[in-house]
Design a protein around this ligand. Structure first.
Ligand code: M6R
Length: 366
């Protein structure tokens, strides 16, 4: 059942191109240049009236929601707040009129996410769920459901569920933009075309597994390292850091690159690994200066950059390249080498990758 892979996690990482296609199937109409989400019952008029979005989730699903925030805000200009479900449920959240709450959960059974949804409903919000499990509690409790079609995820460390959640956010963002007419039709057509190329680009990135394994070998001797990034790369850094921690047991921290000077820079010593994510053209120069700052303190920098970025090879010690696409879509490709990095670091350390210590796949108690 592992299809020839050593572990479920490696199998699931490799299933991502298929999961992207399945999550888009029947929802992206190229001929008509539009998105159709039949399960989302919100009428166009209701979509137009929305004034606020709040998202609740835990762990990796929370990291997907952080990317979702940027996607929805950029495509629709609707302000989005993202909360950890365990915080939202106890913070007496303010739910104003025309608020949509989006709950994100692979399993659909996470106790805190369910409780946060209930809290939101009681306060009068309409709740839309993004989940991978049909018939799950989250799916049943929500007013609308957008299913990710990742297929069963067995490994404790979430991979294909996370990226399918990103695809779901692209679809939802475009669906909202359509109803609210916030996107130029030419840009919308370009985005749809780029979205459809993602599965192939993801497959291309998977071809770099052997190179990533070599980089993982550099990390295994360290007990502590940093991920840095700005904008979407910061959200991506959080997910990459969680993945590495949960299976390799190497401590890491995700830091907004612009915040380094406000404290964490003090921890950089000769040889400290820093994984610098620099996939957003608009922020590239800023991130490059941060890379120079950590290098000047002795950091060993592994950068993640877009193909054709010649400057990065001169700045970082090692570079992983990912194919170019529309900036909002890059995280769905860029996370793949970072998942592989965590995977190989854990594997090289001899850990049980699919069942990391102290963790369960589904967290059904608080
Ligand atoms: O099933 P859910 O998406 O609600 O699960 C949320 C988290 O427990 C989950 O993403 C967890 O953080 C993963 N082990 C991360 O790989």
């Amino acid at each position: 059942e592992k299809d020839g892979f050593d572990t479920f996690m490696l199998k699931e990482i490799h299933e991502q191109p298929r999961a992207y296609r399945d999550t888009m199937r029947g929802r992206v109409s190229k001929a008509e240049q539009r998105i159709d989400l039949p399960d989302v019952k919100l009428a166009p008029e209701q979509l137009r009236q929305l004034k606020h979005i709040q998202m609740v989730a835990c762990g990796t699903a929370y990291h997907a929601a952080l990317i979702g925030k940027t996607v929805i805000e950029q495509l629709t200009r609707i302000p989005v707040e993202v909360d950890l479900a365990s915080e939202y449920r106890y913070r007496m959240p303010i739910v104003r009129e025309h608020t949509l709450v989006i709950a994100v959960s692979q399993s659909g059974e996470t106790a805190d996410t369910l409780a946060a949804m209930r809290e939101a409903k009681q306060a009068g919000a309409r709740v839309l769920a993004i989940t991978n499990v049909i018939g799950s509690s989250v799916a049943r409790d929500a007013d609308d459901v957008l299913f990710t079609m990742a297929g069963p995820e067995i490994a404790v460390a979430s991979t294909k569920a996370y990226t399918s959640q990103l695809i779901a956010f692209y679809l939802l963002g475009l669906h909202l933009a359509q109803a609210r007419r916030t996107l130029d039709p030419v840009l919308q057509a370009e985005l749809l075309a780029m979205l459809e190329r993602l599965p192939q680009q993801a497959a291309d990135v998977l071809g770099q597994a052997a190179d990533v394994r070599q980089l993982a070998d550099i990390l295994t001797g360290h007990e502590h390292l940093f991920f840095i990034g700005r904008g979407l790369d910061y959200s991506l850094a959080m997910e990459a850091s969680l993945k590495l921690k949960e299976i390799s047991y190497i401590h890491s921290e995700a830091y907004a690159a612009g915040e380094l000077k406000h404290g964490s820079l003090a921890l950089i010593e000769e040889g400290t690994p820093v994984i610098a994510l620099a996939t957003q053209d608009r922020l590239l120069e800023k991130t490059i200066s941060n890379i120079k700052e950590v290098k000047a303190r002795g950091a060993y920098v592994i950068a993640l950059a877009l193909e054709g970025n010649t400057e990065m090879a001169k700045t970082a010690d090692r570079v992983i390249y990912v194919p170019r696409t529309f900036s909002l879509l890059v995280p769905a490709i860029a996370i793949i080498p970072l998942q592989l990095l965590a995977y190989y670091a854990a594997d090289l350390r001899g850990n049980d990758v699919d069942k990391p210590r102290n963790l369960a796949k589904s967290v059904t108690v608080e």
